[in-house]
Design a protein around this ligand. Sequence first.
Ligand code: NAP
Length: 520
Amino acid sequence: MRPFRPEPLTDFSKEENVKAIRAALENAKRNFGKRYPIIINGKEYTTDKVFKSFNPAHKDEVIGEFYAAGEREADLAIESAWKAFDLWKNFPAEERAGFLFKAAEILRRRRFEIAAWMVYEVGKNWVEADADVAEAIDYLDYYAHQMLEYAGNRPLAHIYGENNEYFYIPLGVVVVIPPWNFPLAILTGMTVAAVVTGNTVILKPASDSPMMGYLFMDVMREAGLPDGVINFLPGSGGSLGGYLVKHPKVRMIAFTGSRDVGVWIYEEAAKVRPGQKWLKRVIAEMGGKDAIIVDNDIDEKDIPFIANQIVVSAYGYQGQKCSAASRLIIVEEVYDKILSAVLEETKRIEIGDPAEGKFMGPVINESSERKILNYIEIGRSEGKLVFGGEKLRGGIYDEGYYIQPTIFTEVPPNARIAQEEIFGPVLSVIKAKDFDEALKIANDTDYGLTGSVFTRNREKIYRAKCDFHVGNLYINRKCTGAIVGVHPFGGFNMSGTDAKAGGPDYLLYFLQGKTVSERL
Ligand code: NAP
């Protein structure tokens, strides 16, 4: 078996790749508007409730229609998942891993097809969509490798007259609740971590990206995964999601999404309900208010690179990444130079239909657009608007939810736009008198997900390493783009449980240890 290596990204400067993605986009478009079922124990189900997945770049375009599951389907899925668990938990780890290796290979083959659907469903550009599929491949490959490490007995000390064994077993039925912003990668990561460790899954995709969930199911079916191991239940977060979270027969919840929903799930899962025989386990990976610090100890010649890294961190996928830079903290000595370089770089951003390969596309939906524009209004009274600040209008912009990349300066560190997650293309710039103050400002939020520091001073790098309280700290590079197996990912404080997705400890969350002691 070859060792794990992160999947290389597609090079879109090559004509053959441009042709391939364009062909895949055309093909996806020809298949818009179909209706997709609920899948429980390998069987397809319909209900009398249907919801639509829309293209945020052309808001009237329906990608697909999905039957919404309700409580009846949830009960059936949980019962089926427990039946499947009885068989699946005893599959050897090597066989379970084998399904993931196969699925990774299938995804490699279907890479352009699935990236194209993602471009349409959530408004990612080609590069971002391709990276999302690559990340999903990495999760499959990496967790399969990891499972092989966890299989078998763990080493123990020996005592005379006894044989002792310690090994891991799965938990049971896991409910997986992913977000729409990494609609394939995160969905795949949480689901296959549960599956490869021997659990069975109820997968409730985000309502803005159910097509990604359906395509994932299709890949797992093609890989030959036994029926009932993953059950696909599209439906409303509030009602179906809430019902699943509270259900006494659910053993674990793996959630990635907003702080409000994550906190609610954490609280509800802690309540022991009639018929429940365990304390539910919860992974809740939540939001961020990520900061980039630019120190005075930088090389002048690095400024264009630094500005580029800031802009990519702030506006990549329209700022809709939990890792996106939403605060830029600049030490005053270099403030003017950095700000003007960032403004120059921001002006160069191309905004348009992501299906045409533009860097910046629309935000996900109308309510998100409203929320971001509302924060921009708040920002006008809290700071000084120096770039953007408007919804784009006219031509194709009227067809989608396009917002200009926006920069506020003179933002007080405790302003709402410097404290609350906006989840859109809005950057708050804060001036600090020195590195110490910059670090203090960076740490002064409820969150602690990602952060970057640009400095050439080794002592300051060391201080950031010790004192910048984030789960993923980057030095002299952007704060987005974590790679599975390379940058285990997860945040501190209100950024969540810090399960470190894509890291060597992640699978342990889905396992419990068993000790067997035999007197000889
Ligand atoms: P969200 O609104 O919290 O939704 C996430 C998922 O939870 C969706 O599947 C949603 O279903 C479901 N849901 C909503 N209410 C629920 C409830 N009461 N019970 C059970 N499930 C419920 O978040 P989002 O807008 O999809 O994603 C953006 C957020 O995710 C941001 O805050 C971002 O920072 C965070 N995020 C964090 C990480 C990380 O690793 N820390 C990674 C990516 C994203 P519906 O879609 O049907 O409402």
